[in-house]
Design a protein around this ligand. Structure first.
Ligand code: LLP
Length: 437
């Protein structure tokens, strides 16, 4: 992926940085982000939308990987930002991300989060349910503000990788259902509220999707809904947000389309539908997360112990695991890996990569072909840029790894490795439990 290659020393290089040098400088486990590849993905999205001639916004779904440095990159590339909590909002604001390009998502925004976002004058709220709608109107009113709102609707299309299911799919914790009439009711209610400006509708049909059919079907449903809203309620609005979900290549079995082809398929479908319906072309927004940062990330581990069970399996343990990558344990997600320090050597054995957490389920990769592996080797797991650091934990009080951005031979630390002080930083020993000197 991206700028990865094997150098003359037989070492894996990313962003023209030798990964074995990176491990010496920053330690392991280490998240390495190929900044150029992130920027390239951003540009693929932005350029393809520009070519479509539509008015658009590409909002990076920051839940995939939210740190200040990535917010800076998104700002520089002209993207917008989708946040889903006060923590993500705080990160974006601290990074100096322009608030008018921030969109606030989530099915249970707290009053605290809503007030924080109102005070920051963010671009829009993606309203998820009736309770939130009235709360948002009330809190905006208290501050004498009017807020822009998209309405998250469930179009009855659910996509999972290669399959998409077109069902009632009313049973979801997210959004207003189109099928049972709650979506139109929400917008009708909103049109009577003084502090809500109806900006448009939002739908998100799933994640790690490879086929564009699901998106096309969602476009159809949302377009029909848009026309219905316009006719029945006489509400005009500007934005159709199709969410995120474009898949990436974790392994060779994954076959995503190049970003420009996705975008073209979607924008064509939008044009067809809206022209057919004689509805003025709305602004199109999307919210990719994984497809912007996923392939750009790699995790470097140091190999430690091994356990060979003859005739059964050989376990090879690394100095990280489910605490820095929960996805194999949580979703059975497949990952690929190679030896970064002996990248040219041919594979000789099949091993299974174990993490170091006290849990049998802490396995990163089953049955991986590698050269003969020794303690001290550096294992590089690819495609760890999305939902890895973002979902990292301190289980077993393991410290979260550092994150570096690499680009043109330079490596910059963007997140420090957690320290022991960080681990106990929020602990408090009540007076009565303090050790008597
Ligand atoms: N927009 C909305 C409203 C979403 O819920 C999501 C993801 C996205 C955009 C971005 O989707 P993406 O382009 O990254 O697929 N933790 C899981 C993924 C959860 C995705 C949740 N929503 C994983 O590790 O696969």
């Amino acid at each position: 992926h991206g700028t990865s290659r094997v150098n003359n020393n037989g070492h894996l290089e990313i962003g023209r940085c030798d990964t074995t040098e990176l491990t010496k400088q920053f330690g392991t486990p280490l998240y390495v982000v190929d900044e150029e590849l992130v920027r390239q993905r951003c540009r693929e999205y932005m350029d393809s939308f520009r070519e479509s001639g539509l008015t658009f916004q590409v909002a990076y779904a920051s839940k995939a990987f939210c740190v200040k440095a990535i917010c800076r990159v998104m700002d520089e590339e002209g993207l917008s930002l989708d946040v889903v909590s006060d923590g993500e909002l705080y990160t974006a604001l601290e990074a100096g991300f322009p608030p008018e390009r921030i969109h606030f998502h989530g099915n249970n925004k707290t009053p605290f989060e809503i007030e924080m976002a109102l005070d920051a004058n963010i671009g829009c709220f993606v309203v998820d349910n009736f309770v939130e709608l009235y709360l948002l109107n009330e809190l905006a009113g208290q501050k004498g503000k009017k807020v822009k709102a998209l309405f998250r609707v469930t179009p009855g299309v659910e996509a999972h990788t290669h399959e998409f299911i077109s069902t009632g799919q009313t049973d979801s914790k997210f959004g207003f259902d189109i099928g049972n009439g709650s979506a139109i009711k929400a917008m009708e209610e909103a049109s009577k509220l003084n502090h809500i400006i109806i900006l448009g509708v939002h739908s998100h049909i799933g994640s790690q999707i490879f086929e564009v059919e699901g998106f096309k079907l969602a476009v159809e449903r949302v377009a029909d809904f848009a026309v219905e809203v316009r006719k029945r309620l006489n509400i005009e609005y500007d934005v159709i947000n199709l969410g995120g979900g474009f898949g990436i290549r974790y392994s060779n079995e994954d076959t995503p389309l190049p970003v420009p082809e996705y975008v073209e398929a979607i924008t064509d479908a939008i044009k067809d539908n809206f022209t057919k319906n004689e509805y003025p072309m709305p602004e199109i927004w999307v919210e990719p997360g994984r497809s912007i940062v996923g392939e750009a990330g790699s995790t470097l581990y140091t190999v430690g112990t091994q356990k060979d069970i003859p005739g059964v399996r050989k376990y090879v343990a690394v100095d990280g695991g489910m605490t820095d990558n929960i996805r194999p344990a949580l979703y059975n997600s497949p990952y690929e890996a190679m030896l970064a320090n002996r990248a040219n050597e041919k594979n000789e054995e099949v091993v299974s990569i174990a993490g170091k957490a006290c849990e049998s389920g802490d396995m990163l990769i089953w049955d991986l072909e590698l050269p003969k592996i020794n303690s001290g080797d550096i294992l590089a797991v690819s495609c760890t840029g999305a939902y890895n650091y973002a979902m990292a934990s301190n289980y077993n009080r393991i410290r979260r790894p550092a994150v570096v951005f690499v680009k043109d031979g330079e490596a910059d630390l963007v997140v420090n490795r957690e320290s022991h002080e960080d681990i106990v930083g929020n602990d408090v020993i009540p007076e009565r439990l303090r050790k008597q000197e």
